[in-house]
Design a protein around this ligand. Structure first.
Ligand code: G4P
Length: 527
């Protein structure tokens, strides 16, 4: 394919994930973005998929009809000349390691914050994963139509808690019932909030905060406050630097109200201008540019159908270079086999459709007969592998045993297949009799596991919760590892035999860090 066409296709693509704490408004924001793109016709269409609207037991039923969550894992829409992929990161009880891994497929992230609540725990976790990758992070502060924290306090919280500098692209005038709108600092525009006319907002050009027109829109004290705020931001705030945004060091901040569709379009338009198109990725053959004319991609998520009658698994592949064409033959690098991608699927809002062509930044779903693992590379031409997807530290642990010892084989098969799929991490005691210890990021994953072992492998298990809350991969000499016996931590090993310490609390972790010299503790497994 002509390089010009490839470059054009890559440069019009944006792939991002929205990171937020439950209830911050992710579903609402996603919906508004899809409405702009014409991918859905009415608000409320994606509401039904929300996990929190179901009781816990129903969740299993939903998972059985996996179609629902499969289609909502990636949403693609077009806006003007852009082709946008939004990756879903479940924020509710179904939060799992999957959520973290999905972030490895994104080129940027949108951090959504509830203006009344500020930075919340789940946002911190997801933010840290993005920060580790150094991807650009855009912030949307939502629900300004409600009484909120002071905007400066919110910015301070972002920089103190998350350690990232911010640059407010726009600034709110008033909040809650006195919310008047947002001032676009760079384009010198005022977008006026109107509660009576929620879908269509007027925008006015201004010469700056001193423009006399403000008098007709805002109260005198609000105008005064706004002038002071902007002066403070211009004088003492961080300067705007597109390079720092791309380096993930400066987060552009937008204020608005997703439910009122206010501030969403300016956010989307500025985001599209400032965010990166698909970036080059590291591989065993060096850096792979998205415009390389050979197709390549990696699998970041595998989702199995919970319905035992249809044991199909879908592997989600993030395309990193070249042009994907339906039916093309590629190499599955880990096994060296050639495979034909015959029925690739793409996820357009609610529907799965067969994809005919796709480019770097796009996500396609491919049928997995059980051949793929998380992190596998598929490519055309010269063979290489993309950098591995890190494993993330589990926070919930359990020991499991099969009830019927005659089913040992099925039990082993089930565990090893589910570990491959990335449902959980497996540990063995470092010494003593064999045990099956599992670690997961979200507690619901343990229930899913039990359900799936029963449904798909016919194995009943007993599960005993373990009191640990974190796992650390250890690197150190024998002497330092031996010293760990003095602490309240359980030594196990992961699937590759790497020593891992399971801890009950942060305090013990800190004591180990302080007192055991020459030992490195890492929250993620070495690659
Ligand atoms: P989530 O996916 O991040 O969990 O959040 P979701 O969009 O479902 O939003 C959570 C709640 O916050 C919803 O209310 C939603 O309507 C509300 N919300 C979202 N954006 C805004 C906003 O800008 N302003 C205000 N005031 N509320 C907002 P709910 O009562 O849980 O659901 P619903 O009955 O409104 O659907």
């Amino acid at each position: 394919m002509a390089i010009q066409e490839l470059t054009k296709q890559v440069s019009r693509r944006r792939t991002f994930a929205i990171i937020s704490h439950p209830d911050a408004g992710k579903t609402t924001l996603t919906e508004k973005l899809l409405l702009f793109g014409g991918a859905i016709r009415e608000a409320g269409s994606i509401k039904g998929r929300k996990a929190k609207s179901y009781a816990r037991s129903d969740w299993m039923e939903i998972e059985k009809q996996r179609g629902i969550s499969v289609t909502s894992s990636v949403l693609q829409f077009s806006y003007e000349d852009f082709c946008v992929n939004i990756l879903d990161t479940p924020g509710h009880e179904d939060f799992s390691e999957d959520t973290y891994r999905t972030l490895t497929a994104a080129d940027s992230a949108v951090m959504l914050i509830d203006a009344a609540k500020g930075v919340e725990p789940q946002t911190i976790k997801l933010f840290q994963v993005c920060k580790r990758r150094g991807i650009p992070i855009f912030t949307f502060i939502n629900k300004l139509d409600r009484q909120s924290k002071d905007p400066f306090e919110l910015l301070d919280e972002i920089s103190d808690v998350l350690g990232i500098r911010t640059y407010p692209i726009n600034w709110p005038v008033g909040m809650g019932k006195d919310f008047k709108g947002i001032f676009d600092r760079r384009n010198l525009r005022f977008e006026k909030f109107d509660r009576a006319n929620m879908e269509d907002f007027d925008t006015f050009k201004v010469s700056g905060p001193e423009d006399p027109q403000w008098q007709s829109w805002v109260e005198p004290d609000q105008w005064e406050q706004m002038k002071n705020d902007i002066e403070l931001l211009d004088g003492a705030g961080d300067a705007f630097s597109p390079e720092d945004v791309l380096q993930g060091e400066l987060s552009p901040v937008f204020f608005g109200s997703a439910v009122a569709n206010f501030g969403v379009r300016p956010f989307l338009e500025t985001y599209l201008k400032l965010s990166p198109s698909p970036v080059a990725r590291n591989s065993t053959a060096g850096v792979v540019e998205p415009t390389l004319d050979k197709f390549s991609g990696f699998i970041f998520k595998i989702q199995a159908n919970m319905n035992p009658a249809h044991r199909d698994r879908i592997a989600f592949l993030r395309i990193c270079s070249g042009r994907f064409e339906r039916g093309m033959a590629v190499t599955h690098v880990r096994t060296g086999r050639s495979i034909r991608l015959a029925q690739p699927q793409q996820f357009l809002a609610q529907d799965r459709t067969i994809v005919e062509e796709a480019y770097a930044g796009d996500i396609i779903g491919i049928h997995d007969p059980g051949a793929f693992r998380i992190g596998d590379t598929l490519c055309e031409g010269q063979q290489f592998e993309f950098e591995g997807i890190p494993q993330f530290s589990p926070e919930h642990f359990a020991k499991i045993e099969q009830k019927d010892t005659m089913k040992y084989k099925q039990f082993q098969k089930g565990i090893s297949e589910l570990v491959e799929e990335g449902v959980m991490q497996l540990f063995q005691p470092a010494q003593g009799p064999a045990e099956t210890i599992l670690g997961v990021v979200g507690p619901l994953q343990l229930e899913v596991l039990q359900h799936r072992l029963r449904g798909e492998y016919g194995v009943e298990i007993t599960m005993t919760g373990l009191p640990y809350t974190s796992a650390f991969w250890m690197k150190g000499d024998e002497a330092s590892l031996r010293q760990l016996q003095l602490f309240d931590c359980r030594m196990v090993k992961d699937m590759h035999g790497t020593p891992v310490g399971l801890f009950k609390n942060e305090w013990t972790v800190q004591r180990v860090r302080d007192q055991v010299k020459g030992l490195e503790l890492s929250e993620t497994a070495p690659r």
